[in-house]
Ligand binder design. Structure first.
Ligand code: FAD
Length: 291
């Protein structure tokens, strides 16, 4: 049996934020040695799209951790994607997570890569050696016609070249377990990592759960009601809740855990401290991932 993967996600700081904040985050994560760190790609007006490649490069050259660069599809044409791939080559980034990307008000999609699977197929043809990831949705993507239609679309993404999936955040493990069974039943047999986002801010949890269509189970509602206005206690309860979610998922034999760090190194370290023994000593040879 493979050891579960443990990976993290970080995001580039906003244009007006001091650039050093991301290095503070990475410094704070030092010593955790996740299997990889993925770096998000912005579609908003405020985002600096070269930042993803720069941060991904820093992660693997300066911190010695494999990195995965996100890349969004719907506003990109082939020229933009080619430029991004060249940038990733120069940065030595060997893995990419193509996404459709969320819609931005006032921006018209380029109409070239309508779905993430279109971008996956394009990258797979252009860079056959690149490891390609894909996103998936335990509670079904909000725009999907049905749960099975979403899985059928996910199968198209895997068949196009995505060899590793990372799930949207969820707060109720039963959704993930159920999804895993349905995905395997649809013939999706690549590793699927469970996406965990720690609860640290009540309004953010409510906002994210709306945007991502992630249900808030009664246990999380109770935490939010009790400590929603008390950041310190909410953070502590959130660390415990995420740690319990991870322990339960690892005990069930999941392929891996992808922790949405939200660039909060302190919270990430505390969770890792709680669960690290469940991952044993991860060695490259025993991991199901080679980047
Ligand atoms: P798709 O796989 O294209 O799916 C989107 C919808 O289209 C689904 O309803 C699906 O069922 C449907 N669909 C897919 N293929 C087809 C097809 N061939 N025919 C018909 N329908 C189809 N956003 C960012 O902007 N930047 C990021 O860095 C980022 N990182 C993320 C990381 C993870 C792990 C996750 C889970 C999400 C991330 N997102 C990011 C958000 C993501 O862009 C949104 O969730 C977006 O709405 C869907 O992206 P997707 O790649 O899953 O799209």
């Amino acid at each position: 049996m493979h050891e579960p993967i443990f990976s993290l996600e970080v995001f580039p700081p906003k244009r007006d934020a001091p650039v050093g904040t991301i290095y503070d985050t990475l410094d704070g994560l030092e010593g955790l040695m996740p299997d990889f760190i993925s770096v998000t790609y912005g579609t908003g007006k405020q985002s600096d799209r070269t930042a993803t490649a720069r941060i991904a490069r820093t992660i693997h050259t300066e911190y010695g951790i494999p990195s995965v660069a996100h890349l969004t599809a719907q506003y990109a044409d082939k020229e933009i994607v080619d430029q991004a791939l060249d940038m990733f080559d120069r940065a030595g980034v060997a893995a990419v997570l193509p996404l459709r990307g969320d819609s931005v008000e006032g921006r018209t999609p380029a109409g070239v890569f309508d779905h993430a699977s279109d971008l996956v197929a394009y990258i797979h043809a252009k860079r056959p050696d690149m490891t390609i990831f894909g996103a998936c949705y335990p509670e079904t993507h909000p725009e999907a016609a049905s749960p099975q239609a979403d899985l059928d679309n996910l199968k198209i993404k895997v068949d196009a070249g995505a060899s590793h999936l990372i799930s949207q955040l969820f707060y109720d493990n039963d959704y993930f377990t159920d999804f895993l069974g349905r995905a395997r039943g649809t013939g999706i047999d690549v590793p699927i990592e469970a996406g965990i986002m720690p609860i640290t801010n009540a309004s953010q949890v409510r906002h994210m759960s709306e945007v991502c269509a992630a249900s808030i189970p009664p246990a999380v509602n109770t935490i939010l009601d009790r400590w929603g206005d008390d950041r310190t206690s909410l953070r502590e309860a959130g660390i415990i809740y995420a740690s319990q979610q991870i322990a339960d998922l690892v005990s069930q034999g999941v392929d891996g855990i992808h922790l949405y760090s939200m660039n909060q190194a302190g919270v990430t370290r505390r969770i890792w401290h709680n669960v690290r023994h469940l991952f044993k000593v991860r060695q490259a040879s025993s991991s199901m991932l080679s980047l």
